[in-house]
Design a protein around this ligand. Structure first.
Ligand code: SF4
Ligand code: SF4
Length: 465
């Protein structure tokens, strides 16, 4: 792992790029304080949730299980087939707008507090690095030092642990798609039996390792799309990590009567994981981690000055004006978010364990015999429950006499079974008066019911006379 810490960052551009264009490798200093403590608790909780979800069985499946092999999504006891993806669309869209809502209110709290990139980097990989190589000063010194057996041993140990953690994260991620027993079965067998999963695992491990060992904050600065459009989501009323320039400027020595409260100690810069100086105002690189708040609060405590020179504040508040929580953008984001979640919640509430999808059979849309006009359909039936199911079908077409052939007898479906049946709808030539719509009702013995409107097609009636 090369480091460029011997060089200085180009302070006029991106802080992680040296003046010669090479990478300036950041080693943020340790920090303690209330936000750091709360972030650590939140990170531990999120990691526990991430690791535990595939292990918690609900209705015979992991709590969250995207069963790729059977094209099913198991979510806290509910099972969704591919046809139910629209429900997930509304749920995900609702959550996205709620994220916009939270961003409009509190800036990049997601990035600093809950994003997997920050959680794993700050609370797993950087902790390992700190444990093996020491604090930021020691790490920078080690970067500059010549290669010795001691340096090599530290680097090998660090990267070996990084690879183990990267592989663990990748394995847990894969278990969301193949389940823990499925993953365990793959681990016990030769990679040749599961080439695709093995390659996915190897690639994911390499990516995760490369990201957390080297790429780090560059992902937030260069790649993450959410970081790019945060400026479109926030305004002067958004709470961001902000430096109170009215109180802090001009920076100066503690005893300087003309100086503000900032003593220019640069602790806020030293602890910043993206290497920026928050005193220059909100910047794209700021992930809202609040480390600089804790760092500056500690300095203010030592100086016996009030905390909050750097704090969560809006631009309006820094200018001495009132901030508004409810604005058009926050109301709209909240509205769209709630609409998405209400629709998804309503859909989940009316969730049927039976799916029936009807498609017209390929070939001619209708057949005319000596006595009747026929339409043929393929009915795809899915039992999404963990119980056996008997499925029946009926059709109604108002006053139009119709007959259903095929799918007349009940279809027995085992738990999670999917099958196809042919439904033939027949109208006698005497009763046929042109195309019409009918309703196919598919139901089971437990009352689950799917209704679908279908077009019956045929020739012009006069052609049959
Ligand atoms: S930590 Fe506080 S006092 Fe020190 S430079 Fe940053 S803003 Fe100024
Ligand atoms: S400026 Fe402060 S809140 Fe923003 S990334 Fe740096 S330390 Fe975190």
């Amino acid at each position: 792992m090369s480091s460029s810490s011997t060089k200085s960052p180009n302070l006029n551009t991106v802080t992680t790029i040296n003046r010669d264009g090479s990478r300036f490798f950041i080693h943020p200093a340790d920090v303690s304080g209330r936000f750091t403590t709360w972030r650590r608790f939140s990170a531990i909780l999120l990691i526990v949730v991430y690791v535990a979800l595939p292990w918690i069985p609900i209705n015979g499946h992991p709590a969250v299980f995207l069963d790729v092999a059977h094209q099913r999504f198991h979510l806290f006891g509910l099972t969704f087939a591919a046809q139910d993806a629209w429900m997930m669309f509304f749920g995900i869209t609702g959550l996205a707008f709620l994220l916009f809502f939270v961003t409009a209110l509190f800036g990049r709290v997601w990035c600093g507090w809950a994003c997997p990139q920050t959680v794993f980097l700050e609370h797993v990989f950087r902790r390992v690095e700190r444990w093996i190589e020491g604090d930021a000063t020691a790490r920078r010194k080690l970067d500059r030092a010549d290669w010795t057996p001691g340096k090599a041993a530290k680097r090998v140990a660090k990267h070996a642990i990084f690879v183990v953690f990267a592989a663990a994260i990748a394995h847990i991620f894969l278990s969301y798609f193949v389940s823990i027993p499925g993953l365990w079965g793959m681990i016990l067998e030769s990679p040749q039996e599961h080439w695709s999963a093995f390659l996915f695992m190897a690639a994911a491990t390499a990516l995760i390792y490369g990201n957390f060992a080297w790429f780090r904050e560059q992902l937030c600065i260069i790649i993450c799309p959410y970081g790019r459009f945060q400026s479109a989501l926030i305004d002067n009323h958004t709470y961001n990590v902000a430096y109170d320039y009215n109180r802090g400027n001009p920076p100066g020595k503690p005893r300087d009567p003309n100086a503000g409260d900032c003593i220019d100690c640069r602790r806020c810069v030293q602890v910043c994981p993206t290497g920026i100086d928050i005193r220059n105002g909100l910047q794209l690189e700021c992930i809202g981690c609040a480390s600089c708040i804790d760092a500056c609060d500690n300095v203010m405590d030592k100086l016996k000055r009030p905390r909050g020179l750097i704090r969560y504040a809006t631009d309006e508040q820094l200018e001495g004006r009132q901030s508004k929580l409810l604005r058009i953008r926050t109301l709209l984001y909240m509205l769209f978010g709630l609409v998405g979640l209400v629709v998804a919640g309503f859909s989940f509430g009316n969730y049927e364990p039976l799916t029936a999808r009807v498609v017209r059979m390929s070939g001619s849309p209708f057949y005319v015999t000596e006595t009747a006009v026929r339409n043929q359909y393929q009915v795809r039936l899915i039992n999404k429950s963990e119980e056996p199911m008997r499925v029946h079908a009926e059709i109604t077409a108002g006053d139009q006499p119709v007959e259903l052939l095929g799918l007349v007898d009940a279809v027995e479906l085992a738990p999670q079974q999917e099958t196809s049946a042919t439904a033939v709808v027949v109208v006698s030539r005497e009763d046929y008066e042109g195309s019409f719509r009918f309703e196919l009702v598919v139901y089971n013995d437990s009352g689950a019911e799917i209704r679908q409107q279908i077009e019956f097609l045929g020739p012009e009636p006069q052609l049959l006379k």
